[in-house]
Design a protein around this ligand. Structure first.
Ligand SMILES: [Zn+2]
Length: 55
């Protein structure tokens, strides 16, 4: 199973994609990362770290 560490990695990767790729990066993140991320029952780790700009 995926844990919080995996969630953190995914959240950071999604944020990085959004940063470099803009809308295209976000589309990739939504297509590739979001389905995996949804399987992890953990709140947004970037919110927890105070680094989230999405929530
Ligand atoms: Zn968040």
């Amino acid at each position: 199973m995926f844990g919080r560490k995996a969630a953190e990695k995914l959240d950071n990767t999604a944020a990085a994609l959004h940063k470099v790729g803009g809308k295209a990066g976000e589309a990739v993140a939504n297509a590739v990362i979001a389905p995996v991320r949804r399987q992890i029952d953990t709140d947004c780790t970037r919110c927890a770290n105070g680094k989230c700009k999405k929530h």
